[in-house]
Design a protein around this ligand. Structure first.
Ligand code: F1P
Length: 346
């Protein structure tokens, strides 16, 4: 993400610049509704983007999977912006949704990694993620760089709409600049995650739970595990558990519980208490310095402290590592998962 954010931060002014946008600031500020359309991991990045854009700009955002959205009859106005996200820029459903939107005259902004891809050529505006070549089939750095690009976009929009003060923007920018170093720290200290992978490598099913941004990241953690380790898992909005899924939580079922968001921390802890009461073995995720979560869960993975708004970029790294180590512990080919193509073009 160093490259995704590096060229877009004015270090002197501590604000975001997006020189690649062709539209005027006035046009950008005029949008009052945003659709984010994508598939797979890119859609999960979009879910983080939705929360961040709504929090920072107060513009309503809807996220939809492209394979559904392309057959819908969406309500567009001249104040609707569509954002399509695709690492490869060639995913068939995403491209089809983009083309449908263009037929309706909607302005489309792409977030993609591949210069010259169909999505990059056909969108009105493009934010490149500059993530370098994706070697493995399952998206990993694609996700972090897409999320980083969405932060850049949300911050820029909030600057021009005046929904955040210069001080608030500067604080977020300062923390964004720390993220690459913090990610290196997580990668260098992955022993706990590796050990936990040994514990879960033979289970048949597990759960990820979280609220708000932690829920969005849980969905990606679950997908990564399914994609490369072939273990069944489900990500649940923690508050939804009581509407049925709790029935599946039995003695020793692994539950991975993300708890980085302070405004809903207590609620999250009560959800963890509920699964613990049914015998679940819980691995918690928290910010370094949180001395409370360990009192409720069995083990904790700590990520370096950042703003709660930026937590997804850090918490996803140990989740990706967990999928990686679990796949390796099961003797699978991490880079060539079954039934998954780098770019799904049919
Ligand atoms: C979307 C996607 C990836 C997934 C795999 C298959 O690709 O679902 O998220 O990891 O590579 O395709 P893209 O539209 O982001 O290129």
């Amino acid at each position: 993400i160093r490259d995704t954010i590096g060229s877009r931060i004015d270090l002197d002014e501590k604000k975001v610049v997006l020189p690649e946008l062709k539209m005027s600031d006035a046009q950008l500020a005029s949008y009052d509704r945003i659709y984010i359309i994508a598939c797979g991991t890119s859609m999960h990045a979009g879910l983080v983007g939705k929360d961040v854009i709504e929090k920072l700009t107060r513009i309503p955002v809807e996220v939809a999977v492209a394979s559904e959205f392309r057959y819908r009859d969406p309500i567009y106005t001249d104040k609707t912006l569509m954002i399509v996200i695709s690492q490869s820029g060639e995913t068939a459903d995403t491209l089809a949704a983009l083309r449908e939107a263009k037929k309706s005259g909607v302005t489309v902004m792409a977030i993609t990694n591949v210069v010259g891809s169909s999505v990059a050529r056909e969108a009105d505006e493009v934010l490149f993620t500059w993530a370098g070549p994706e070697v493995a089939v399952a998206s990993t750095k694609a996700y972090t760089s897409q999320v980083a690009a969405l932060y850049m976009f949300a911050l820029y929009l909030s600057q021009i709409k005046g929904t955040q003060s210069a001080e608030q923007i500067a604080e977020i920018v300062d923390h964004l600049l720390e993220l690459p170093g913090q990610i290196s720290q997580i990668l260098a200290d992955a022993d706990h995650v590796r050990q936990y992978a040994e514990r879960i490598k033979d289970v048949t099913s597990l759960f990820f739970i979280g609220r708000s941004l932690d829920y969005a990241v849980s969905l990606e953690g679950s997908l990564k595990l399914k994609e490369i380790s072939y273990i069944h898992s489900e990500a649940y909005a923690a508050g939804e558990l009581k509407h049925g899924t709790l029935a599946l939580i039995e003695e020793d079922v692994p539950v991975i519980a993300l708890a980085t968001q302070p405004d809903i921390y207590e609620k999250m802890v009560s959800n963890i208490v509920e699964v613990k009461a049914r015998g679940a073995h819980v691995l918690g995720f928290a910010f370094a310095g949180d001395n409370d979560l360990i009192k409720t869960v069995d083990q904790v993975v700590y990520v370096p402290k950042t703003l709660p708004l930026l937590a997804p970029i850090l918490t996803v790294i140990p989740l990706q590592l967990l999928a990686y180590y679990t796949s390796a512990a099961r003797g699978l080919d991490v880079d060539k998962p079954r039934n998954l193509a780098k770019s799904v073009t049919v």
